[in-house]
Design a protein around this ligand. Structure first.
Ligand code: C2E
Ligand code: MG
Ligand code: MG
Length: 554
């Protein structure tokens, strides 16, 4: 057999080219005859196995195979001899007796008459196959496992391979504010929670920083959704690390083999694109990949570029939405809501650009400008004798955790000479992920004399214990509960429970998104303090808002 191979190839000048490729390849390369004896063995193979070329050419591959892997490797060899391509991971034993895990790809050399002549293969040491921190497989090892799963995939009815790309929301803030050692501990604990949600034949790996990859074998779309839900649910409970109570949520992107991609790399890339979408959908959710997402990525880059210019050109204005005191039936406050007016795009709604501004850091100058404008406007209305007790300004998480947040607000209060009682800062539940840190910031803010309001209440965590720790003045019940309050008993129950709880805690409640008289009726019955919504007024431009305000009584 050895002779036959030589005479077939050596007369061909291409042989020299192929042989050089083989000899100098940095992966171990070898060829076997049908009995499993080595007939070619390159330098990298010598380095990997510890056997010299001369020794290897006198032996079969069997002495290299570790005892427990013999059966599996033998079956694979049979399949290759029958003409199949195979990629697999296995552990080999070097001449010096050391175990080395390798990833091996083999190809049968098939002649015109379909006879298999020989087998060529490459092997690579996957020594650094695990992530040191979590002990999970690393990206390379994971990709190899995915490749194997793809190669072994035979279409069972309706079942697929599922790829999840999981990214922790706002993990950066944990590293920045609590330090890397807490961040590392959190990642380890997260890896344990992820592993507890998947089955034995699934694989979870650490892709890098706060990103994890999960391969789900033999699943339907529905099953993948369920597993994603199960994973999200394990994050509901806070992580207790060195006395810090940390809330964190995952954003998950999902792609499927075979519909979305035909190789491991592409499958992971598409799950990543879907994960990006999950972030844009407000984080803490799971999204499946679909082709339209590729277009959304280029749209997003465009918005990002234009947003940079918009700051320079000052294309932002504020609109104001009245907040009504339901006891007195009068406007008691307004919420300042940002508007971006772009000459080409027209009016861009905040949901479209705030998340991008937040991710890129542009929210810092934008947020400061909003605060300044809102305070100046409030002062102007009050000075012209109009009655308004407070103006609410939304701040984003990135602003919230800026070290200079409190001095910045204090400076704006001084510069605009506004009474701090007339300013309300709106934060969301999700910003309080680190309860201690959030509590400190909120107390410092409170020290300035401003009011604090929890926006979109009910959409964040289930833990309410923090409400007692934070110096809060208002809870704003999220629009999604108010929406069906008059139609859906569950939503009514949630809303009335929040109202009761808030009354017990001595907080005022503002209902958001009130659109009908039926909704208003239920809110009144349950002694809701204030309300905001299209039933009273849409957000208005400055001059329209001014028309609605009545003269101050004092
Ligand atoms: P939000 O703070 O919860 O503001 C209320 C949103 O609900 C506003 O949307 C408002 O127009 C809308 N809304 C009010 N009443 C009704 C109603 O009856 N029905 C319906 N369907 N919607 C109603 P908008 O102005 O598009 O703002 C969306 C979000 O963008 C805000 O939600 C807030 O989270 C964010 N945002 C707005 N301005 C700023 C800002 O200056 N800074 C930051 N960081 N975020 C902002
Ligand atoms: Mg708000
Ligand atoms: Mg809201």
């Amino acid at each position: 057999m050895v002779l036959q191979v030589k005479t077939t190839f050596e007369v061909n000048p291409l042989f020299k080219i192929y042989k050089s490729l083989f000899d100098y390849h940095h992966d171990a390369c070898f060829a076997l005859n049908l009995e499993g004896n080595f007939i070619m063995f390159n330098d990298a193979a010598v380095k990997l196995t510890g056997y010299s070329k001369e020794e290897a050419l006198q032996m079969s591959f069997m002495p290299l195979v570790e005892n427990h892997a013999i059966d599996g490797v033998f079956q694979l060899f049979e399949r290759i001899v029958q003409g199949n391509h195979e990629s697999f991971s296995t552990t080999i034993q070097t001449k010096q007796g050391k175990d080395v895990t390798i990833f091996c790809s083999t190809i049968p050399i098939v002649m015109d008459d379909n006879r298999v002549l020989a087998i060529v293969g490459t092997a690579r040491n996957t020594l650094s196959s695990h992530d040191d921190l979590t002990g999970m497989p690393n990206r390379q090892q994971f990709e190899e496992k995915v490749t194997i799963a793809i190669n072994l995939y035979k279409k069972p009815q309706g079942k697929l391979l599922g790829m999840m790309y999981l990214d922790l929301d706002r993990f950066r803030l944990i590293n920045e504010h609590l330090g890397y050692h807490i961040g590392d501990k959190l990642l380890t604990r997260v890896s344990q929670r992820i592993n507890s949600c998947i089955r034995n034949n699934d694989v979870a790996a650490r892709q890098g920083s706060d990103e994890f990859l999960i391969l789900l074998n033999n699943v339907s779309r529905q099953e993948i959704s369920l597993i994603a839900k199960r994973i999200s649910n394990t994050f509901v409970k806070p992580f207790m690390i060195e006395g810090h109570e940390i809330f964190i949520t995952p954003s998950i992107g999902i792609s499927l083999y075979p519909p979305d991609a035909d190789n491991a790399d592409d499958l992971i890339r598409k799950a990543d694109i879907a994960m990006d979408q999950a972030k844009k959908e407000g984080r803490n959710n799971a999204q499946f990949y679909h082709l339209k997402l590729e277009k959304k990525i280029s749209d997003r880059l465009e918005i990002e570029n234009e947003l940079r210019k918009a700051i320079e050109k000052n294309e932002f204005i504020l609109h104001y939405q009245p907040i009504i005191d339901l006891g007195k039936n009068e406007i008691t406050g307004v919420e300042a809501l940002i508007r971006w007016e772009n000459p080409f795009r027209g009016k861009v709604p905040p949901d479209k650009f705030i998340p991008i501004a937040e991710e890129t850091g542009m929210i810092i100058p934008i947020g400061e400008m909003v605060l300044k404008k809102a305070c100046m406007q409030m002062k102007q209305w009050q000075d012209s004798g109009l009655f308004l007790s407070t103006i609410s300004v939304n701040i984003s998480i990135r602003q919230f955790y800026q070290p200079n947040l409190v001095p910045m607000i204090s400076q704006i209060i001084n510069e605009t000479a506004i009474d701090p009682k007339s300013l309300t800062i709106e934060i969301t539940e999700s910003m309080t992920m680190d309860v201690e840190k959030a509590s400190k910031i909120l107390h410092d803010l409170k020290g300035l004399g401003v009011n604090i309001s929890i926006d979109d209440f009910g959409t964040g965590y289930s833990s309410l214990s923090y409400l007692k720790k934070f110096p809060i003045d208002y809870l704003k019940i999220d629009r999604s509960f108010i929406n069906d309050i008059a139609k859906n008993k569950d939503d009514e129950n949630i809303a009335t429970t929040i109202l009761l709880m808030a009354q017990n805690l001595g907080l005022s409640v503002i209902a958001e998104g009130v659109e009908t008289n039926d909704q208003l009726g239920i809110l009144r019955e349950n002694r809701c303090d204030e309300a905001q919504g299209f039933l009273f007024s849409k957000p208005l431009a400055e001059d329209e808002m001014k028309q609605l305000l009545s003269p101050s009584r004092q």
